[in-house]
Design a binder for this molecule. Sequence first.
Ligand code: HEC
Ligand code: HEC
Length: 193
Amino acid sequence: MIPSNAAPNHPNTNLLRTGILLLVGILLFGIYGVVAHGLEGKPEYETNQDYIEECGACHLAYAPDLLPVESWQQIMLGLEDHFGDNAELDQETSDILQTYLETHGLSRGRASKMSRLLRGVPSPPPMRITELPAFLNMHYSVPQQLGVTDLKEGYLSPCADCHRQAAEGIYDAERLHPGYGPANWGGEPSQSD
Ligand code: HEC
Ligand code: HEC
């Protein structure tokens, strides 16, 4: 007697084929997902794991090319009173982060995707990205768009509230969250990133 599943067009064989095709499909979809995610998740600036862990603990780990080197130096000098918080580090970690920020921070004569943030920077430069004149110019229309008359200090600090790829250092106006703003936040900007 011929085993039932050996018959050429037996229902069981078809079921098996369908099953295999489905599995292959799921597998390909999975691989595509991983690749697509990998591509989208790759930051467009030189990252440092210590920096992401230490300086990303309370807010977005701001990419080094968002502030002039001198601003980073001032920040690193005052970590025990960092915008009202204590963000002190041991000397070894502090040295590693300082070198990282000095190597990749904004500096005149060093080409960077974010060089335009250096435009009109006073001396000494501010310690906040959100106080750089070029930053304020880029966000000139935001209060009006959001219907806010007066932006509180720190209002624009959680970049990722509006820029969905902020963690990757991508701030193109086309990559904002759809309908960025209070509708997105439920009224208040988040404090965490
Ligand atoms: C203990 C929490 C904490 C840690 C750790 C921390 N920060 Fe902050 N950081 C803050 C707070 C709070 C503010 C002010 C946020 C506000 O005004 O909404 C801030 C603001 C900033 C800003 C200004 C953002 C703006 O408005 O433009 C920069 C730049 C910054 N931090 C860099 C760093 C760096 C670099 C490190 C690591 C050495 C670090 N932070 C670690 C709490 C922290
Ligand atoms: C409340 C929402 C909001 C927050 C928070 C915010 N931005 Fe923006 N940002 C915008 C909008 C909207 C634009 C586009 C403005 C325009 O072109 O009309 C923009 C534009 C920019 C641009 C210029 C993009 C381009 O294509 O030219 C940069 C760079 C930028 N933001 C960086 C930042 C950084 C860094 C932070 C955090 C420190 C931040 N933004 C926080 C809303 C925001």
